[in-house]
Design a protein around this ligand. Structure first.
Ligand code: SF4
Length: 268
């Protein structure tokens, strides 16, 4: 007798989530997490090492002076600026930090300033209530555990209020020149689109990039990728026709220069 294999009835099966629904669920669970890659817009394979070097060299030519666009003068002011930049533009953070850093350039001064005063100074950026609490609390933690200095290890940074993995990586890379690749929404998108280092989670992309990018390019690549993602390889529609790294990029649906229609002639 033929062995019967049991296929679960459709009614019993949990309805499969659409990729859009999966992306919405992931976003709700972790509001800071970049959207999951869309399979249609993901490179079909990882770049080879020569392709990686070519791609990053092309980006270096496109963004020769790439640095963080946040304004800071010390590891402490960098840390505060990066904490404030979660879900806010660098430009909006740069508008509030001159007054904030003038009033509180050190952890001790920030604690003395207090949550209410900090709130007043950062009120124009998103999530200012929580950020004000975090900025004061992390300053207190720096005084209590680190003699008022910003620590240079990921674990110690991530133990501070309001500091997640990405913020810790930015501080390690920018302030302490460590070979990390902070993965924000731009880096995540570019890594998957281009084949530089594909992955379904921030951690997977971070591990892929740190393994694949040559050590001498790793620190600057973070800035090249962010500027490229912000101004050329945009989320909704990348501007491939004007991209300096189009040749080694493996994005399968590159965009053409938009056709500008001539104005309609009105009958005279
Ligand atoms: S803009 Fe286009 S060609 Fe350039 S990196 Fe992005 S997807 Fe690739």
């Amino acid at each position: 007798m033929a062995r019967q294999t049991r296929t679960p009835a459709k009614a019993e099966a949990k309805p499969a989530k659409t990729s859009a629904a999966r992306r919405r669920t992931a976003k709700a669970a972790a509001p800071d997490a970049p959207a999951l890659p869309d399979s249609k817009a993901t490179a079909p394979r990882d770049m080879t090492q020569p392709e990686i070097v070519q791609f990053l060299s092309d980006l270096e030519h496109a963004w020769p002076d790439a640095e963080t666009e946040l304004h800071y003068t010390t590891p402490f002011t960098l840390l505060i600026a990066v904490v404030l930049s979660a879900q806010a533009t660098d430009a909006s953070v740069n508008r509030v930090t001159p007054a904030l850093f003038a009033a509180a350039p050190t952890p001790a001064a920030m604690v003395k300033l207090g949550v209410e005063e900090v709130s007043e100074l950062i009120r124009t950026i998103g999530l200012w209530r929580n950020k004000a609490k975090n900025v004061v609390e992390l300053s207190r933690q720096l005084l209590e555990h680190h003699q008022g200095e910003v620590p240079d290890t990921r674990d110690a940074l991530e133990a501070l209020a309001g500091v997640g993995r990405k913020t810790a990586n930015v501080v390690l890379s920018v302030a302490f020149h460590q070979p990390t690749v902070p993965v924000d929404t731009h880096v995540f998108r570019l890594a998957n689109r281009t084949g530089l280092g594909r992955g379904k989670t921030v951690e997977a992309v971070e591990a892929a990039l740190e393994k694949r990018i040559p050590t001498e390019m790793i620190r600057d690549s973070h800035h090249w990728l962010i500027l490229q993602g912000r101004y050329v390889c945009k989320a909704r529609k990348p501007e491939c026709w004007r991209c300096a790294a189009s040749e080694p990029c493996l994005y399968p649906v590159k965009t053409d220069r938009p056709v500008i229609k001539p104005p309609r002639q009105t009958p005279g």
